[in-house]
Ligand binder design. Structure first.
Ligand code: OXD
Ligand code: MN
Length: 601
């Protein structure tokens, strides 16, 4: 096999890295090995090769310079949770929240699939860094893959290439990821994680969440294990900076299940009156957040990613002009439709599709023109609201953590936890109607604690305990909130306009953080007191607002019972403190009074 060593600075390879690449090559038997340096020239060469073999299709280079379309196998368009396993040595450590297989059995299964799978193909070795290259909060990995599409996407989504490899040489450690698209056969597809070995093996899919191993596999499933061992948090959260007219910026980290508008919130455009007054919103991240306590006891966060792998449908000038501006050039689109003049198109955009995501002439009888989970991959630097602080090695201090989901009823527009323990309960109890980001039924309520159900790489009971462990002397923890942008009225219509108007809710949260809003204490948490939400310039009727901020005691009693049942699914590892916290809220509801927590709870 040919080993292409074009890059001189790659000569002094870490022995452990070279050994692992040798082992992977001996197993998969590629025709050639290419060590990725992350250069522009390398990217352009890969694009040329993919255009030549049809992996990419050129889009209109006048309107969308540097933009390409990839049409994936129609049976490979989303994450596959039933085929995603976390293989701890002990089954119990994976918890009921993960699928599990004994590591020895899992290795045997995967190695049988990988055996000779790269014959005639090039093996790419991708050193990458999750997070700013010089940040102590960042962690490195190396993905080995036979997919040039994966290489091109990893170059956008991570700090990939020579600088990452230099850091790996220096540190001597890295997360290993072995990937092959295999035959793209759903019957021969597995995404396996080996947290104890800091290792990922992924076979049979080219879809982002299954194949760009730096993203969900490393930055969440493996990193959640690293974070627990090292005292930090690896979370499925966006990070956004809210700058007030005085030029002060508060950073907010927010967890929502897939396709609940994280990218929109991260790139929010303030309502007109706010813009006039000088409010600004800065994007630090749209999907993943790594947070660790700083010397001052606050949590500091980095976005481990360097790009956005955003859901295209629904992204428009009305919903997210910043995302739309970001993807006007140098973007890889996956499974979108195209117009007559070869521009990318998806539902929500003006214009007319002529070719659907599968490359067929568009026919509404075949369903949407763009796949509901079609995506854009773009460098974060192209976002007009990209924060320069996103490159800060120390990360940004987090003032508020927000949990939310798609809940058509009961959950108010916003509520604040009374303290960290209550906040952890709010996060643990989170639920949402399912969407198209993963295969399976759409529109079913499922609990999704901290939006990490598909991503927490160990037992949820232990994960809740890890969250609770941050509440200790010396910490200045952020306030915790729960929001629900998706509440519907009896007519089935959304009660809250959402999008840019969500800044009104963020403003109230920041006022709470700064001690400038009194709030109204209720059994379920603190809600905005009458008049505290800034509604200037917003056309919303009083009845809708009442409904958005009402506490339906009977409904909440039933909800608390359901939460209790859900949490007991993690016994015996469910932390007693969380159980007691649920009881405290349930008791407060029963008495319909706010009960102070006892010293021992
Ligand atoms: C994603 C997801 O792709 O959460 O970000 O599914
Ligand atoms: Mn996500």
């Amino acid at each position: 096999m040919a080993e292409d060593q074009g890059e001189e600075n790659m000569a002094s390879k870490l022995e452990a890295l070279q050994r692992w690449v040798d082992e992977a090559a001996a197993l998969t038997r590629p025709a050639a090995i290419h060590w990725c340096d992350g250069s522009e020239a390398e990217y352009q060469a890969l694009v040329r090769q993919m255009l030549a073999d049809g992996t990419l299709v050129e889009l209109n280079q006048q309107t969308h310079p540097g933009c390409y379309l990839h049409r994936s196998n129609p049976a490979d368009v989303a994450r596959v949770e039933h085929l995603t396993l976390v293989c701890h040595p002990e089954r119990e450590d994976a918890g009921p929240n993960n699928h599990w297989m004994d590591p020895a059995e899992a290795h045997a299964k995967m190695d049988a699939l990988f055996d000779g799978c790269m014959r005639g193909r090039t093996m790419y070795v991708i050193p990458y860094c999750m997070g700013p290259i010089d940040s102590p909060l960042s962690r490195c990995g190396v993905e080995i893959t036979d997919s040039p599409y994966v290489v091109a996407n990893m170059r956008i989504m991570t700090r990939m290439g020579a600088a990452a490899q230099a850091r790996i040489e220096r540190e001597g450690t890295f997360v290993k990821g072995l990937h092959s698209t295999g035959e793209l056969d759903p019957e021969r597809r597995w995404i396996m994680h080996f947290p104890a070995e800091r290792l990922i093996k992924s076979y049979g899919s080219g879809y982002g969440g299954n194949a760009l191993l730096g993203k969900k596999c490393h930055a969440l499933r493996i990193a959640s294990n690293q974070a627990r061992d090292e005292g930090w948090l690896a979370e499925h959260m966006l990070i956004v900076g809210i700058e007030n007219p005085r030029g002060e910026t508060h950073y907010v980290a927010a967890a929502f299940p897939s396709a609940c508008g994280k990218t929109n919130l991260a790139m929010l455009i303030p309502p007109e009156g706010y813009r006039r007054d000088g409010w600004k919103v800065w994007t630090v991240g749209d999907d993943i957040c790594w947070m660790r306590p700083g010397a001052d006891g606050r949590l500091y966060a980095i976005n481990p990613e360097a790009g956005f792998f955003g859901v295209a449908p629904g992204t428009s000038n009305d919903t997210n002009p910043n995302a739309l501006a970001s993807v006007a050039r140098d973007t890889i689109f996956t499974n979108v439709a195209v117009t007559a003049d070869n521009q990318p198109w998806w539902e929500g955009l003006p214009g007319t599709p002529v070719t659907d995501w599968q490359g067929r002439p568009y026919d509404p009888a075949n369903g949407p023109a763009a796949h509901p989970n079609s995506r854009f991959t773009v460098s974060a630097k192209q976002c007009p609201t990209w924060s320069e602080k996103a490159e800060d090695a120390q990360g940004v201090p987090i003032s508020a953590i927000v949990f939310g989901g798609r809940r058509p009823s009961l959950l108010p527009l916003v509520m604040e936890a009374q303290d960290w323990t209550h906040g952890v309960l709010m996060g643990a109890a989170m639920g949402s109607e399912t969407t198209a980001a993963a295969t399976g039924a759409v529109g079913v309520l499922r609990r999704d604690s901290m939006a990490m159900k598909p991503f927490a790489g160990y037992h949820y009971g232990d994960y809740f305990a890890h969250w609770l462990s941050f509440d200790k002397p010396g910490m200045k923890l952020p306030k915790v909130f729960h929001v629900n942008w998706f509440r519907k009225g009896k007519d089935g219509k959304f009660l809250w306009p959402g999008f840019g108007q969500n800044l009104r809710v963020l403003e109230w949260m920041i006022a709470r953080v700064e001690g400038k809003a009194r709030g109204e204490q209720t059994a379920i948490g603190t809600l905005p007191a009458p008049g505290e939400l800034n509604l200037d310039g917003l056309d919303i009727d009083a009845a809708a607002l009442d409904e958005l901020l009402a506490v339906d005691t009977a409904g909440w009693q039933a909800e608390l019972a359901a939460i209790g049942e859900y949490l007991e699914g993690f016994a015996p590892r469910l932390p007693e403190r969380l159980r007691q916290e649920r009881r405290r809220v349930a008791d407060a509801l029963d008495g319909d009074v706010v009960a102070p927590r006892t010293a021992t709870a």
